[in-house]
Design a protein around this ligand. Structure first.
Ligand SMILES: C[C@H](O)[C@@H](O)[C@@H](O)C(=O)CO
Ligand SMILES: [Mn+2]
Length: 596
């Protein structure tokens, strides 16, 4: 039984490639046509061989029908792109062309220009000229200029150019994929968490998204009136019975619930999972069952569930629903995660969305709970932290939506990883499930019961933790920390975990230190974290996040990415080059959100 994800039934945005050329006929243009068009073809081949859409299909490029020598051909390309669902543009050229006559003028499409580094023809001169046009007109563009001179007529793309093309394309497609989609807020503000005050300006102006809202009582209506697919419910229940092992009840014996109540809770949490997914992306089966309106869903690429406390004080908590939806598989098999932010923390949800769109993988959502210094660990456990953990660790732990992929039970070359769903094997699905137990919820927190996922993330995974923060007067800012998940000796983990709520999933995280600013030490990372949550993505994706943030005009307040990896629109350097962080703030403020 496959549920059509509404992301699949809409066309994915494509990358439009614009070969620009010197328009002078009778010699110049004719001599450049082939080389210019070949550059476009080479870029299209590189990108569709390298990048995938979230359903696993290769990304698609659309090349302008002709080289673009002037405004008529620029307009023809724009028309073709509009018809072909192009959301990102890349201009390529080996030669001089007429800047403002050939440039892509669409203000909301992320755009880059690759100017061939050769000297027979002045591709770099055009690059500089057209980028100055983009600066003057307030339409920022990324400039790509290879380090080394190439010979005229070469069709290979040098490694440094490839890297920039791919970084740009990944982030550009993320921008284009979220545009027009919704954030579905299920419930409202959870326990006074400011991140769950959904900020329409952030979604509408910065992300091009729509905000949709439903009350949590909608879940009660759909449960009571059986507005879900009963056949899928049966399938899900039997899959859960077989694959989701209930762990020990940690509650004081006096308040533990009966077997009967726990069995009822399982039924409710499975129904909640079907219903929240259907609310997000719709479900054609509901139409067949007579629920045409509900079958359509809210076109949500991201959602948040308030849960605490109005729901959880009475009903089973959202942990199973959030965890399984965020995971890359369920009773229907392997599939892209449906992103759900716990406690309706929409700001952390946005960070999850960024991480997912850049990697096509599931995300871990966690409280940034405790900084453990080497001394504190030594005092409490007698253990000396070592390796990546030597300078201290952060305990990432929350009930709820850490994807089961976060167990680290998928692997590549023998190393733990979190993979895009189409690369995950059946055996790895089983391992993720085996590494997770479902613990009866802590009833002092969650009076309505439910089950929390409990697992321990395997160490040795490169990961990036990020978050969006909102500042009145400034707007959104992004922060991120690249680092590693770490293994602790089992008894050390147990001692530290038992001081918290040991029924929740734990990730031990060691950020990479630079010795400066927020990365002076691990304590500074914790101390500068903007709120209670972080979104953790597999891989060191800080540079991709920085490029994405610049496209959206969200400044980055904290990162530990090497300078030579940072790729922002060329005009950023007009805001200063010796202090890139300050220049980023000035540039973002100057241009304002992408969709004003
Ligand atoms: C159960 C508690 O209310 C937790 O959910 C709480 O510590 C949080 O996660 C706050 O973000
Ligand atoms: Mn939390």
């Amino acid at each position: 039984m496959t549920i059509e994800n509404s992301r699949w039934s809409q066309e994915f945005p494509k990358i439009g490639i614009r070969p620009t050329i010197d328009g002078r006929r009778k010699g110049i243009r004719e001599s450049l046509e082939e080389q210019t068009m070949n550059m476009a073809k080479a870029v299209a081949a590189l990108l569709s061989e390298t990048l995938k859409y979230p359903n696993g299909a290769p990304i698609e490029c659309v090349i302008a029908d002709t080289c673009i020598g002037g405004v008529a051909e620029a307009a023809a390309a724009a028309t073709k792109f509009a018809k072909s669902c192009v959301g990102v543009s890349i201009t390529v050229t080996p030669c001089w062309c007429y800047g403002t006559e050939t440039m892509d003028m669409d203000p909301s499409t992320p755009k880059a220009i690759w100017g061939f580094n050769g000297t027979e023809r002045p591709g770099a001169v055009y690059l500089a000229a057209v980028l100055s046009g983009h600066a003057q007109k307030g339409i920022p563009a990324f400039g790509i200029y290879g380090q080394e001179v190439q010979d005229a007529g070469t069709t290979d793309i040098p490694h440094d150019v490839q890297e920039k093309l791919v970084r740009f394309a990944k982030a550009g497609l993320a921008v284009a994929q979220m545009k027009g989609k919704s954030y579905l807020s299920v419930g409202s503000v959870s326990m006074g968490i400011a991140g769950s005050i959904v900020n329409e300006e952030l979604f509408q102006n910065y992300l091009g998204m729509r905000n949709e809202y439903v009350d949590m009582s909608e879940l009660v209506r759909r449960i009571d009136e059986v507005i879900y697919d009963p056949a899928e419910y049966e399938l899900a229940m039997s899959w859960v019975k077989e694959n989701c092992v209930e762990g020990p009840d940690n509650n004081p014996a006096s308040i533990q619930t009966s077997r009967e109540k726990k069995d009822q809770d399982w039924e409710t949490v499975v129904k909640m999972s079907l219903i929240v997914r259907d609310l997000m992306v719709g479900n054609p089966r509901l139409n067949e069952l007579g629920f045409g309106e509900e079958a359509l869903g809210h076109n949500a690429i991201l959602s948040g569930f308030q849960g605490q406390r109005q729901w959880t004080d009475h009903f089973p908590n959202g942990d199973f629903m959030e965890a399984i939806l965020n995971t890359s598989f369920d009773w229907n098999g392997k599939r892209a995660p449906y992103l759900v932010a716990t406690e309706n923390d929409s700001l952390n949800g946005v960070a999850m969305l960024f991480g997912h769109l850049l990697t096509n993988t599931a995300q871990i959502f966690a409280d940034v709970r405790t900084y453990w210094s080497p001394d504190a660990v030594k005092r409490v456990t007698g253990h000396t932290l070592e390796g990546a953990a030597a300078n201290g660790i952060l305990h990432l732990i929350n009930s709820g939506p850490a994807a089961l992929d976060g167990t680290g039970e998928q692997s590549r070359d023998g190393q733990p990883v979190m993979k895009p769903h189409w690369e995950i094997t059946d055996d790895e699905v089983e391992k993720c499930l085996e590494a997770t137990s479902w613990r009866p919820a802590s009833l002092e927190y969650f009076r309505g019961g439910g089950f929390s996922s409990d697992f321990l993330t395997r160490g040795g995974m490169p990961v990036t933790m990020s978050r969006i923060n909102l500042v009145k007067g400034l707007g959104p800012v992004l922060q991120l920390a690249e680092g590693y998940t770490v293994d602790l000796p089992a008894d050390v983990h147990k001692t530290l975990d038992d001081r918290t709520d040991s029924t929740w999933p734990t990730t031990w995280f060691a950020p990479i230190l630079t010795g400066e600013g927020s990365f002076t030490d691990v304590y500074s990372v914790m101390d500068n974290w903007g709120s209670n949550h972080g979104a953790i993505s597999y891989g060191h994706i800080g540079a991709d996040l920085i490029t994405l943030a610049a496209m959206l005009r969200i400044p980055v307040s904290m990162h530990n990415v090497a300078k030579d990896q940072i790729f922002r629109p060329r005009v950023w350097s007009n805001f200063g080059t010796s202090d890139p962080e300050g220049a980023d703030y000035r540039a973002c403020t100057n241009f304002g959100p992408l969709y004003k």
